[in-house]
Design a protein around this ligand. Structure first.
Ligand SMILES: C[S@@+](CC[C@H](N)C(=O)[O-])C[C@H]1O[C@@H](n2cnc3c(N)ncnc32)[C@H](O)[C@@H]1O
Length: 375
């Protein structure tokens, strides 16, 4: 057993069967040994989680263009604007966004404070290294409450956003007991040197009620993520005026209850391969589940936000690209060239390739959804 497995074993010995959400939290975020604590220092893992950020700079540039458009009406001389990113990992997306704003919207750039919400000291260190040239514009906080305490403001104006944060939050795994017509929770127990699935008899959790429940087959499995819903509600609460945006792979509640998804959406990624063995390779494999966008949308609306956009990544980025092209026709290119090459219309081959990967339905275009809410 590796040191992380031993930590989980000790907790299981004290508490009995652990909810899967607790197992996932420790496997991904346990200080020192968790998957996301060690990911950057482990080159063998490269590609275990491949996000739009890794495709290239274009993703951040398109987001920056959209952010600038959203922030422009909020520019009030005596009021600072914030762009707040959570789940920034190694800071690459922040760098792409800040570099575009500095180059293309210098006045706005000077008015922005870029905040990174990052609970892990180790990841903060990676981010500070990546963002050192933007140091005067960036501030780090461990959470929204920490930011409120330090700045003495409970609310701020601007944009709060994340890319693939909610799908990395710990989920509870529920099974359907068709005979008794009720949900039970799957937990994790220890059997010798191995982790095994065990039912938690007393769990009060159940997914949002669905008309399909009465016809679900025995053992039908689904995940629920109270952590993502409460994170979103908290983000909505601290947003004064502006937008709250997330990009994640996920479904609406109706899509989640698909008869074809008997075993839920939880997956492990180990050395670039998807695996159903969620309890193996503890701390060495990524664990992720699809986001229930209906639940997230309802959480934001319950905190007073209005839903503005719920679309695929493809539709969202294509709309932004169209706007950049309209702006370009009245001036210089909006998207800076980075590979030196390029056609006469300013669109380089690298940018074209990146855009295709980000928007093609077989790549990242369809599975990824974008939710934007506003106040
Ligand atoms: C799948 S990675 C995505 C990283 C990056 N946003 C990207 O798109 O490449 C998820 C990241 O969210 C971070 N994370 C998880 N829970 C968090 C929380 N409550 N606050 C801030 N970051 C969190 C993880 O540590 C990890 O760096």
């Amino acid at each position: 057993m590796n040191p992380l497995s031993e930590i989980i074993c000790r907790e299981a010995a004290q508490r009995g069967v652990l909810p899967f959400a607790r197992f996932m939290e420790l496997a991904l975020y346990c200080p020192v040994h968790g998957y996301y604590e060690t990911e950057k220092d482990n080159p063998g893992r490269h590609g275990d989680f491949y996000t739009s950020v890794g495709v290239g700079e274009l993703f951040g540039q398109l987001l920056a263009f959209q952010f600038a458009e959203w922030l422009e009406p909020l520019r009030i001389a005596d009021c600072g604007l914030r762009i707040v990113e959570a789940g920034a990992h190694d800071g690459r997306l922040a760098k792409d966004i800040l570099a575009w704003l500095q180059l293309k919207r210098p006045k706005l750039f000077e008015q922005i404070e870029y905040r990174v919400i990052e609970p892990s000291p180790r990841r903060q260190k990676w981010q500070k290294e990546t963002l050192k040239s933007f140091a005067p514009r960036v501030r780090w906080f461990t959470g929204f409450q920490h930011a409120s305490r330090i700045t003495h403001h409970t609310k701020f104006n601007g944009i709060i956003f994340s890319n693939e944060l909610l799908d990395a939050m710990p989920v509870h795994r529920l099974g359907w007991d068709a005979r008794n017509k009720k949900w039970f929770e799957w937990g994790v127990a220890v059997d010798g040197e191995k982790f095994v699935w065990a039912k938690i008899q007393s769990s009060a959790l159940s997914p949002q009620p669905s008309a399909l429940e009465s016809v679900l087959p025995d053992g039908y499995t689904i995940e629920t993520c109270p952590a993502a819903e409460s994170w979103w509600r908290e983000a909505a609460t601290v947003l004064g005026q502006g937008k709250l945006l997330t990009i994640d792979y996920g479904f609406t509640a109706a899509e989640l209850f698909s008869p074809g998804r008997m075993h839920g959406t939880l997956r492990a990624y180990f050395r670039q391969n998807a695996s159903d063995d969620l309890l193996a390779n503890v701390g060495e494999q990524d664990l992720t589940a699809h986001v229930n966008f209906s639940a997230i949308q309802a959480a934001g609306e319950s905190a007073g936000l209005k839903t503005e956009i719920f679309s695929t990544q493809s539709q969202f980025l294509t709309r932004i690209l169209e706007k950049t092209l309209r702006e370009k026709s009245s001036g210089e290119p909006v998207l800076p060239k980075s590979d030196g090459g390029g056609s006469e219309d300013g669109w380089t081959s690298a940018q074209a390739r990146q855009f295709q990967t980000l928007t093609h339905p077989e790549h990242l275009g369809r599975a990824f959804r974008v939710l934007v809410q506003s106040r």
